[in-house]
Write a protein that binds this ligand. Structure first.
Ligand code: FEO
Length: 390
């Protein structure tokens, strides 16, 4: 694919990866992804901002060969899907300076073997003049690594954000063409990548309010030419209280837990509580993560295996804990044969979540009328607590 003009003197470079279906051997990519780099040409210099995944290095070098040669390469984030082509770019352009945050300096050496003599750390707020264009570097730690920074093109009123505001979305559209499709992809992306760092993002959103931004150019997915849409969405995801929804990851071996799940869903729906249920035997983990963004409650439903939680549901618990959503309430329901400590195990896996745990509901074998009555009480309790949140 050829490079594409964003505006005079500013190009999109990189690759659209239509076929990639997994990131980090964990995150599903149902819509593929892209690795966006940007070439910015001023009257007195040229900057390449980010590179791309190492699998697409040849394409990036071909796009760069059209010139002008970069005088500086700005690395906003060391993760290899953006920096992986840097060693080849540095070799092809031996006079180009490599700029990054101070924290990225050693990481570029450790992760990519870049010659440390070539690397120049830049301070937060430092600027680089390309003549009629100015780059301002904004340190933005923990979106989502500690070394990340953003780049503001002052004269273009354009913010280059690397992973922040990105989406795993392969599309031929340079800018967002379908708000609905982009919103769904961006929400999944936020849930999978950014949600654990919501506190840091809150600070960055506040800081960015003082910048006049007409365009946001992330390093995955389409460019935002109406930036308020994605910024407002981030504000909601980060700042709004969780909604009247329950996430229900579940699995069942012989049907007892499935009966309880069905009953609990009906009891919640009767009480006007939204439910997103996920069969963890074949889960779409991205959809599960996205559902956690604005749910107030998670209920884990598990049978007992060898005295503990089913590994499928334990996986959901580990993932939930890692993503650190805004949940306020949690519960465990399920079944067992003769003994078990599945509820304690799930609570332990989610020890970092600041949630109120409701009484667990477990059935020995098939659920009884009393089990279903307990699930009704759990649903009523959740509905009541959700009303308090409103
Ligand atoms: Fe898209 Fe953190 O890399």
């Amino acid at each position: 694919m050829n490079r594409r003009t964003i505006r005079p003197g500013m190009w999109w470079l990189g690759a659209i990866d239509w076929d990639r279906r997994l990131f980090d051997e964990l995150i599903p990519l149902p819509d593929g992804t892209s690795y966006n780099a940007y070439l910015v040409v001023g009257s007195a210099g040229t900057a390449l901002i980010d590179t791309c995944d190492p699998t697409r290095t040849a394409q990036l070098l071909r796009q760069l060969a059209e010139g002008p040669d970069p005088d500086v390469v700005v690395i906003q984030h060391v993760e290899q899907d953006h920096s992986g082509s840097l060693p080849a770019v540095a070799e092809r352009y031996p006079d180009a300076r490599i700029l990054c945050s101070p924290k990225a300096h050693s990481m570029l050496v450790e992760h990519l073997g870049v010659d440390e003599q070539r690397i120049e750390p830049v301070e937060d707020g430092e600027t680089l003049s390309l003549g009629d264009r100015t780059l301002e570097f904004l340190h933005a730690p923990w979106v989502h690594w500690p070394e990340t920074m953003l780049t503001y093109l002052r004269e273009d009123r354009t913010l280059l954000t690397c992973d922040l505001f990105g989406s795993h979305l392969a599309t031929s559209s340079l800018c967002s063409s379908s708000e609905e499709r982009l919103y769904a992809a961006a929400k999944r992306y936020y849930a999978e990548i950014m949600m654990p760092f919501a506190t840091s993002i809150k600070g960055h959103l506040e800081r960015l309010q003082s910048y006049d931004v007409e365009m946001i150019a992330p390093s995955h997915g389409p460019i935002h030419d109406r930036p308020s849409t994605i910024v407002d969405a981030y504000r909601r995801w980060v700042l709004d209280p969780p909604g009247n929804r329950v996430c229900l990851p579940h699995t069942s071996m012989h049907g007892s837990t499935a009966l309880m799940v069905d009953h609990l869903i009906a009891a919640l729906v009767e009480r006007d509580v939204g439910v997103a249920a996920f069969d963890m035997a074949s889960p779409d983990l991205g959809a599960y993560a996205a559902a956690l963004v604005d749910a107030a409650t998670v209920v884990f439903a598990t049978p007992t295996v060898l005295a503990g939680a089913h590994p499928n549901v334990a996986h959901a618990a580990m993932l939930t804990a890692a993503l650190r959503p805004k949940l306020r309430h949690a519960a465990v329901i399920g079944s067992y044969g003769w003994a078990g400590r599945a509820s304690d195990q799930i609570q332990s896996l989610c020890g970092n979540l600041k949630v109120e745990w409701h009484d667990a509901v477990f059935a020995r074998g098939l659920p009884t009328e009393e089990t279903m009555a307990q699930l009704d009480r759990l649903a009523a309790d959740i509905a009541e607590r959700h009303r308090e949140l409103e």
